[in-house]
Design a protein around this ligand. Structure first.
Ligand code: SAM
Length: 375
């Protein structure tokens, strides 16, 4: 017998906070299976069974911020800093196009100086132009994840050809956000950035970390309601994993979540987001795989439909350590891809090739999209 509150939540079309908390509280095996099955059903109905790849290029770990959870924070003197050249960024993206992934994600630490903004803009423009082919007439889909920037710089990135942007709110609670960021990083500023991105025309993704010290299931249920309220097109969220050279690691050691709770709740957050928001894209993030070897596949089984295989060149990859235990540090992009494709087929899903793989939610809104995709 499944828990009555969970059963009730799974029977509804629109979830309220009580339903979401019930789903996130599940620990019993039978309840977890019922939630997973419902999330898969909603996924199949609203998105189909394709899994889209976004080749992930972590092109720089230089960062002006001091997020207290993040391994590449400005204040960590042990990080060997790097910045890939424009040619290397473009080459990694073109490799991705060649392999049939229709999209790439360019991610980095946060910088606001002109040199950085121009590098991003030029790289986007070149990737767009150089990736156009018969297979990809609109070129690669480009997602940016380079933090908070000025509105006019977001406009430049969009004009250059990027059409999706990921900026995690980290927590929809301004109080919790303030606990994990220094005072100069403001929740309101982040929200303003998310609004600008949408106004400019980006497909907007956001997300949170799951299992932060002092975070509760109520906070997490509010996060799902927040995603729905701001009408996101995509979500990337995963467990918080401590990094020893950060201030938050001490809090985690003292009163943080158990790993298995953070992992299970991260899967349940994916399921709850799928059931509540239906036709958006949800990523099974690397952080899930950092906690369990099959974490990404489990994320897909709980309702995710996007994965982001590593394309970051091997020689710099271990310098982009946000948390401990990052997987795939020693696998080439080629090995990463082979292994992922096999894993996806093993769980009965299909890889969406040569397409941007935009969320149906964004398409229904009329966002800039890959109109020439075949699938
Ligand atoms: N600078 C950009 C930004 O802030 O959006 C992109 C890079 S940032 C490192 C990417 C994401 O990594 C953050 O949004 C955060 O949620 C995640 N992250 C950082 N440290 C983490 C940790 N210790 N555990 C899990 N996720 C972490």
């Amino acid at each position: 017998m499944t828990n009555r509150a969970i059963e009730l939540a799974l029977s509804k079309d629109s979830l309220d906070k009580t339903d979401i908390v019930a789903i996130l509280s599940a620990t019993d095996r039978q309840d977890l299976h019922a939630i997973r099955d419902r999330a898969s059903e909603v996924l199949k109905q609203y998105c189909g069974d394709e899994v889209y790849f976004r080749g992930l290029v972590e092109f720089s770990n230089e960062c002006v911020n001091n997020c207290i959870y993040c391994g590449i924070r400005l204040g960590n003197p042990n990080v060997q800093r790097y910045l890939l050249s424009e040619d290397d960024i473009v080459a990694s993206a073109l490799w991705c196009a060649d392999k049939g992934y229709g999209s790439v994600v360019l991610q980095s630490g946060e910088r606001h100086d002109r040199q950085f903004v121009e590098l991003v803009e030029r790289s986007v423009r070149r990737i767009k132009n150089e990736s156009r082919s018969e297979r990809l007439p609109s070129g690669l889909g480009i997602t940016l994840c380079v933090g908070e920037q000025k509105r006019e710089d977001y406009e430049r990135f969009f004009a250059a050809g990027a059409h999706r942007y990921l900026l995690r709110i980290e927590s929809s609670s301004p109080e919790l956000y303030a606990r994990i960021h220094p005072a100069n990083q403001k929740w309101d500023d982040r929200l303003a950035c998310l609004r600008w991105l949408r106004e400019i025309g980006f497909q907007v993704g956001t997300g949170v970390m799951i299992g932060l010290p002092t975070q509760t299931l109520q906070h997490l249920a509010d996060d799902i309601l927040f995603f729905r309220e701001i009408d996101v097109d995509m979500i990337g969220m995963g467990p918080y994993i401590p990094h020893n050279e950060t201030p938050l690691a001490a809090d985690h050691a003292e009163y943080g979540w158990q790993t298995e709770d953070a992992y299970r709740t991260a899967l349940l957050m994916i399921a709850a987001a799928r059931i509540a928001l239906k036709d958006i894209n949800i990523a099974a993030t690397t952080a899930l795989q950092a906690l369990r070897p099959l974490g990404r596949e489990e994320g897909l089984n709980f309702g995710a439909n996007v994965v982001m295989p590593q394309l970051t060149p091997m020689d710099v990859r271990r310098n982009y350590l946000l948390y401990e235990g990052k997987p795939c540090l020693d696998e080439s992009a080629e090995q990463c891809l082979d292994c992922l494709e096999t894993r996806i087929r093993s769980i009965g899903r299909r890889v969406g090739c040569d397409a941007w793989g935009d969320s149906r939610h964004a398409l229904a809104r009329g966002a800039r999209a890959d109109t020439t995709a075949r699938s």
